[in-house]
Design a protein around this ligand. Structure first.
Ligand code: ADP
Ligand code: MG
Length: 282
């Protein structure tokens, strides 16, 4: 089987005013079609850089080297501009952290959605059906609104509708619920994984929320200092973290603390989260 993503020894350096920051430092990751992979790690560990690399979407101040960087069998770093555009269009989907920033503030939702559908039906009934598909209420009305007139949760649903309309084979979701109100986070996560499963898409879920990762992902990849330091079945990584960083990450996950309870140190309680998340999945 061809891996949907096969990155070997990737290094990314950002240069800002003469200073180099090494964001990826020999990262290696192979993902098979249909996997749901949670990529976790503290802020600055290189998660977003890895996600952007998948679409060769890194900013101009980034320098990339890799032994191999294949998406669906195509060598990312060797594609010409038309090739990378086609790969993005036909194979990749991105859901960003800030949906409002991803939308054009000057354009009504309906028009943006129609533009994103490229080649698919864009009559009003079809647009309404797209918004219905991401459980937006009063879709006809929403089509006529501007991004600043809808909530963050709704904006993220619009972005999800745009992204999933093209049935991406690899969906990269970069902390897609982090900027949303806590009451809609789990709904939006459920929506993304539900649609991805329906479409047979592979999901890279970049997050530092172990609870959502444990609930939705089959596999957990832990990043630290631009490297993959741990990688395995979600249950195994969450229940028996090996790398010291994973142990502390799991132990410090604030989602696990019940109100009034102090966050514990050490790995105590990780098994409980894993059991809980397994129960929630059913
Ligand atoms: N555009 C950029 N220019 C310069 N440095 C950057 C840029 N983007 C990210 N970095 C740096 O690269 C490192 C990894 O960042 P990032 O991939 O965003 O990690 P994460 O998503 O895990 O928080 C950090 O040190 C960050 O400051
Ligand atoms: Mg990030």
């Amino acid at each position: 089987m061809t891996a949907i993503l096969d990155i070997q020894d990737a290094t990314v350096e950002y240069s800002t005013r003469g200073t180099l920051v090494r964001a990826l430092d020999g990262a290696t990751l192979r993902v098979e079609p249909g996997e749901t992979v949670g990529i976790v790690g503290e802020s600055g560990s290189g998660k977003s850089t890895l996600g952007l690399l998948c679409g060769r979407l890194l900013p101009a101040n980034a320098t990339v080297t890799a032994t191999r960087a294949l998406v669906d069998g195509a060598e990312l770093l060797g594609l010409d501009n038309e090739g990378i555009r086609r790969l993005r269009r036909e194979c990749l989907g991105f859901i960003p952290q800030d949906p409002v920033a991803a939308l054009d503030p000057t354009m009504r939702i309906g028009r943006q959605l129609a533009l994103a559908l490229r080649g698919l039906p864009t009559d009003t009934a079809s647009l309404v059906a797209r918004l219905d598909g991401v459980r937006i209420r009063e879709p006809e009305r929403v089509l006529g609104l501007f991004p600043h007139q809808i909530s963050g949760g709704m904006a993220q649903r619009v972005v999800i509708a745009m992204t999933m309309a093209r049935t991406p084979r690899l969906l990269v979701a970069d902390e897609p619920t982090a900027a949303l109100d806590s009451n809609v986070r789990s709904e939006v996560a459920k929506l993304i994984f539900g649609l991805a499963t329906e479409a047979g898409a592979t999901v890279l879920w970049l997050s530092h929320d172990l609870r959502s990762v444990g609930r939705w992902c089959d596999r957990v990849v832990v990043m630290y200092g631009g490297k993959v330091v741990e990688d395995g079945p979600a249950q195994q990584v969450l229940e028996h973290p090996q790398h010291p960083y994973t142990v502390s990450l799991a132990a410090a996950d604030p989602a696990r603390a019940t109100p009034g309870e102090r966050i514990r140190t050490g790995s105590f309680g990780v098994a409980e989260v894993a059991a809980l998340t397994r129960a929630e999945k059913r």
